[in-house]
Design a protein around this ligand. Sequence first.
Ligand code: ADQ
Length: 754
Amino acid sequence: MKDARPILGEGERLVLVSNRLPVILQRQGGKLQAEMAAGGLATGLSRPHRETGGWWIGWPGRPSQNEQLDPEIDAALRQQRMIGVALTEAEHLSYYTRISNRCLWPLFHYFTDQVEYAEDDWETYRKVNRKFTDKVLEVAQDGDLVFVQDFHLMLVPEMLRRQRPGLRIGFFLHIPFPSSEIYRVLPRRGEVLRGLLGADMVAFHTLDYLRHFRSSLRRVLGLEVGPRIVPYEGREVQLMAQPLGIDAEEWRARGKQPKVREQFERLQQAAQGRRIILGVDRLDYTKGIPARLKGFAKLLENHPELADQVMMIQVAVPSRVEVEAYRHLKDEVDRLAGDINSRFGQPGFEPLHYQFRGVSPDALSALYQIADVALVTPLRDGLNLVAKEYVAARTRDDGVLILGEFTGAAWELGEALQINPFDIAGIAETLKQALDMSPTEQARRMAPMRRRVGQADVHLWADKCLDTIRKAHDLKPPPLFQGELRSKLEQSWRRAPRRLLFLDYDGTLRELTTLPSQAVPDEALLGLLHALGRLPATEVWVVSGRPPDLLDEWLGETPVGLIAEHGAFLRPAGQTNFQPLHPQTALDWRQEVQEIFEKVASRVPGSLVEAKPFGLAWHYRAADPSHGVWQARDLTQHLEEVLGGQPVEVLSGNKVVEVRPAGIDKGSAVQHLLERVEAGTFVLAAGDDKTDEDLFRKLPPSALALLIGARPSAAPYRLPDPKALRHLLAEWAAAPSFLPSISVAEGASKDEQA
Ligand code: ADQ
């Protein structure tokens, strides 16, 4: 039973934030009451909201005279554990009507010609987002889960994070996230992305939107982004695609109620045996209603014999009537509906029943059940719940769903007849195909969709989102290596009979430099490596991605072992030759990759190609940041296509794209060194980037692994930068040992020891 699923842990509270509270305010017996509105999001989230003693924050639907909410409204809402945000009429006009509905809505739906933008309105959008944030801060405590909904509130996550970093914050976008080519049109594009990245989780209906979001992060903010994770300000923001579901159980149950059956029968009589095509929408220009009506007209034109065999019912609930574009749309739809009925109607019968109004859920259920075909053809739609409701409301595996390919729902409902909603002739043809479809074929398509919609319901969506927010927040950088623990481990270090050190070079022992060739070790660093390498019973390895020649040139004189090219070559301390650890590696791909890299390098000033004995790397630290990141993304994608199936890995590192033979990594390189380690050996490893994680994962549990920097890591502790690591190593090298010791680090500079 679904309701038994635990949603949050003990003591966790859910604070929901949405533009509009899911509530109807009405007077009963002289007293104002707030009644919870059912449906959609409210259904999925009301249980965790109620059960965790949480709060729902939003606009109650009535403008306020001033900054304060009417006390009567406030009290009625609080009874439902809701908190109203007071918005004046002017604020609502700027924030909601202008920015949300006339700028963000059309832009995110690819209607760039409808976009209006004024800086003053944006100021108000910001101010209203601040008001919502302040209301959250009044009730939310550290550890609470705050879940922010939709495009009206895209700045809230960052505002919350700044003021209360301990909150777990999630954000869900209900509309499409457009291609970065479209998104970049938004004047405040950077502010919005940063606003969203304040969250621990940013979620979308589909993987397409997630991909678009990632490319905007790269293009606009120059961030390096993994497939599901964005490292940002020392945190990791989790990205997720999880389409909203419906309360399928409720739709199924509603269909069986006697009052719904009655409506169904009334509709059946009215249809007089005609087949029914159904359209249900908010009257919005994104929903493609005019093209759909034209498609229906085309069907009747192509097949006049159908004029008295089919009828279309289109219900369109009025929406955003204050926006001019919506008024024009209404005129257009009215005119088209009139045309169709005058062209194809007969006395006493109109083929198109168009109703400009909302209908009750019961009436909708009857309509869904009677419709032989549901025609859902938005030009662009974040998801589209109507398609899912149609599938869930049916009691048998019959009926045909025609679904526009630019809806998010098309991603999940692959068995629908998918159409291009701009192709009027295509709509007509597909309608004919639907009307002619055999019952077997209908069932073949409908049954799996019904199962899927039933399983991936709104409760599953809520669980997945809340679970991801909680887990994402726990992905924190490890704590700093300091205090008592550090003193205790220093003692262990001193007492240890043997010590084994694995130290990465760039970004770990040495700060990153603009050009890779600039990262030459200075005297202080060489002195430190000498001091460590000369300690008794101490084996030091520098484990680097650099090629053998370079390591030899820079560190060849120090008494440390060298591991080059992420583990392709190894040279123990005191020896002069590197041994290849993978001599059989195939390198046939190199020529092609070299050519690709050189082409990119010639396009991106400041970037360069590094040829290592095994791998090839393209570095772009010195290039224009956004151009570099953009080219890197294209390059990675291109390489993955070109090299598919070859035994190589494409790595995108810190301002570098690298191709190297597969199976070679720092972890496997140190494995055999770890295998012969004696009990009681103090193992210490330090590294800063993704390639060091391979090494961290191979260490024994007793080892001390240090991440240099701040991001989640397999290392249990971190130090902020290379300087802090050098300082620690110098201190420990100098620590009086129980073993015969040599004095320290002549080279470690004074400020490092201070
Ligand atoms: P909407 O654009 O409102 O939602 P949609 O997903 O179709 O679009 O949801 C509409 C809801 O309103 C449905 O539950 C439907 O039953 C109801 N409805 C529509 N017409 C009606 C009518 N005439 N009478 C009564 N009820 C009617 C936004 C995004 C969508 C996304 C949802 C949820 O634009 O892409 O699917 O949020 O995330």
